[in-house]
Design a protein around this ligand. Structure first.
Ligand code: AMP
Ligand code: ZN
Length: 471
């Protein structure tokens, strides 16, 4: 496998620290609101990466955090704690907010066929470990205390900025960050924050009533579950200049080691070629896509059509095209699976290899999809092709194996029957009675009435088929 490593700015051959064992840490959600489709693109990338690693025969230990304290409205040290702000707005405790949105997050990732990481670590469950971690940074001489909290002293770390390549002297103090007169350097960042009396989330610590900074959570939890050094760290590109830079600094201050060898980042999702923002009303969630008649997997398929390393522009036209494409793909698989024609096993093996080569080459999902399409479009139909596509779906996760297609069809049928309201059910049974009594005119009238209500009735040898008419 080869991945683009933000740390070295090169595509590199992947070599794990321990043969066959891979440790990976993914920055998880801040659970103060629903995840938007941009966040979810990053988790789809994380899923493709973990599945590709596993398919290549490695044992993967995958850890992800849930941030339920400490992430301020800016990624740096300014603004309010996102959890506290949401709690005040919704008139709930931060723990209720965190529980609610954590569950919502799991529902979303389940719908997107994203496998849950092996260890999901909640920040508020790790406060004692974080205090110890910070204490060691202090003992090692990398931190100082101010009236606001404990700060990392970047002057002690000449390599600070190695991930993003940011030049510290180039940026004027206070050009982006508000100047805190007590900070020695504007880029020093909070490890631990002293809590104002009105801060809901606070704990006793050697530095008084206080709460963790966002960056320390990830350093502590990745260290607890994966050790001082592990293989891969993931997140979105927005994490490069602040969050991940600071995680590296903290680890260097703690153990003298860069925590991960490979730093892999997903590019941003744009909406209508711009940033998603509440004021533009374009911050979409999975339930909003569903309300507009899309399935979460239509969105996953939409994402697979571009590399995780390019920005992706979301439009509803694009999503509609993805929905149609995915439906066509499933139909092709169904056609293949109905045929017993035998094809050359060497050809199957060759396609399998090409597919794995594409995914192992920095997760080239567009190329991997084009290979799937090549197989799907074959004139010769064969169940072997359908089975092969099903195998590829173990990474792609878009329900294109025959088993998944059948399950999906059953589920849709059930949904349809469940959603038929009582009036329609009555009309259908009235029509059945009319037909049994050979009252054909009456049966036809009821059929017309049902059509007006968007229900199509087909009489077949096997029985009556009911369909919703879609426009
Ligand atoms: P947060 O819950 O804000 O900590 O973000 C969760 C994840 O979503 C992080 O890995 C971010 O880098 C990522 N993210 C945020 N906005 C976008 C976006 N527009 N496109 C892709 N990923 C994003
Ligand atoms: Zn993180």
């Amino acid at each position: 496998m080869r991945f683009y490593n933000t740390l070295t700015k090169k595509k590199e051959e992947f070599k794990p620290i321990h043969e066959n064992e891979v440790g990976m840490y993914s920055c998880g959600p801040t659970v103060y609101s629903y995840a938007h489709i941009g966040n979810l693109r990053t988790y789809i990338f994380m899923d493709l990466l973990s599945k590709t690693i596993r398919k290549n025969g490695y044992n993967l230990k995958h850890v992800m955090n849930i941030t339920d304290v400490g992430h301020l409205t800016s990624d740096a040290d300014e603004g309010e704690d996102k959890m506290q702000k949401a709690a005040e707005k919704e008139n709930k405790s931060p723990y209720e907010i965190a529980d609610f949105y954590t569950q919502a997050f799991f529902k979303d990732i389940d719908k997107l066929n994203i496998r849950r990481p092996d260890i999901i670590a909640k920040a508020t469950d790790h406060i004692p470990e974080m205090i110890k971690y910070v204490q060691k940074i202090v003992d090692n001489g990398y931190a100082y205390e101010t009236s606001n909290g404990l700060y990392f002293d970047i002057s002690k770390l000449p390599s600070y900025g190695m991930l993003s390549g940011k030049k510290l002297d180039g940026e004027k103090a206070g050009s982006r960050v508000e100047i805190d007169a007590e900070k020695k350097n504007p880029f020093d960042f909070a490890l631990w924050k002293k809590a104002p009396a009105n801060h809901i989330m606070q704990w006793d610590s050697p530095w008084g009533k206080s709460y963790p900074g966002w960056h320390i959570e990830c350093s502590t939890m990745s260290n607890k579950y994966l050790g001082d050094q592990f293989d891969i760290h993931t997140g979105g590109v927005d994490h490069i200049p602040i969050h991940h830079e600071n995680e590296i600094a903290q680890s260097l201050g703690y153990s003298g080691k860069i925590p991960a060898n490979y730093w892999i980042h997903a590019e941003f999702l744009l909406v209508d070629n711009g940033k998603m923002s509440k004021s533009l009303g374009n911050v979409y969630t999975i339930s909003e896509l569903e309300q507009r008649g899309f399935d979460a997997l239509d969105y996953r398929y939409f994402c697979l059509n571009s590399s995780y390393r390019s920005t992706l522009n979301f439009t509803f036209e694009g999503l509609k095209a993805a929905q149609k494409g995915l439906e066509r793909l499933r139909n092709c698989v169904k056609m293949h699976s109905a045929s017993n024609v035998k094809v050359d096993q060497a050809e199957i093996d060759d396609y399998r290899k090409k597919f794995m080569d594409a995914m192992s080459d920095d997760l080239d999902s567009p190329k991997a999809l084009s290979i799937i399409w090549e197989i799907a479009r074959k004139d010769v139909k064969s169940k072997q092709y359908a089975d092969l596509i099903g195998e590829m779906d173990e990474i792609m996760g878009i329900d294109i194996s025959l088993k998944k297609i059948e399950e999906r069809e059953k589920m849709l049928e059930k949904k349809l029957t469940d959603s038929l309201d009582a009036e329609i059910q009555n009309l259908i049974s009235e029509r059945e009675t009319a037909r049994n009594n050979k009252e054909w005119d009456k049966a036809d009238k009821i059929r017309e009435e049902l059509a007006k209500k968007g229900i199509k009735i087909k009489d077949t040898k096997e029985g009556v088929i009911i369909e919703r008419i879609t426009t």
